[in-house]
Design a binder for this molecule. Sequence first.
Ligand code: PRP
Ligand code: URA
Length: 211
Amino acid sequence: MAQNKPFIMDHPLIQHKLSILRDEKTGSKEFRALTSEIAALICYEATRDLTLEDVEIHTPMGPMTAKHLSGRKLAFVPILRAGMGMLDGVLTLVPAAKVGHIGLYRDHETAQPVEYYCKLPSDIAERDVIVLDPMLATGGSAIDAITQIKARGVKNIKFMCIIAAPEGMNALSKAHPDVQVYCGALDDHLNGDKYIVPGLGDAGDRIFGTK
Ligand code: PRP
Ligand code: URA
């Protein structure tokens, strides 16, 4: 199967907000706000191919043929915990979307994802799905979450992250070449502990203040 080329965002607003997000001096309150804002900006690009249909409306000046969203409905699936930080932002753009949750954490010794929760909308197979996680490091968590979603019959899946490592990007596109990736920045490499460099540290800890 042909691999979808990832979208790496070059928008100045995203780059500016990312610099503040990465800064170790940025506290949890601002970190949460920025994560949500960056997610909304990436979502704007990730929803560019939504289909439209004509609708007849009346403005105060008279009738016109306008556009409404049509076609398949959306579901967002944040990967717990850190993916929750992106949810408010994307829901401001698509408030009618349903939301599923997949709980995964990386084992500290092996960096392998450990599943602990999965609750998806009952009609998810009829929806297009956008998976949310700020960090794509080894790719293990994203690959696992997308495998779980595909097992429910979902055909069209996108993945949104804020920072990716080349290692995770390659692993994800190899495991799921049909999944389009939208990413705020592609960083340099993973360190020995499988953290993204330069990255932003531990996204979940910075969002929830648990460090
Ligand atoms: C982080 C992050 C991703 C995962 C990325 O979650 O939010 O889910 O690591 O790493 P990977 O690409 O190597 O799988 P973490 O395991 O720290 O859990 P948390 O969100 O609950 O803090
Ligand atoms: N998870 C994070 O939160 N940060 C990283 O750099 C890698 C995985």
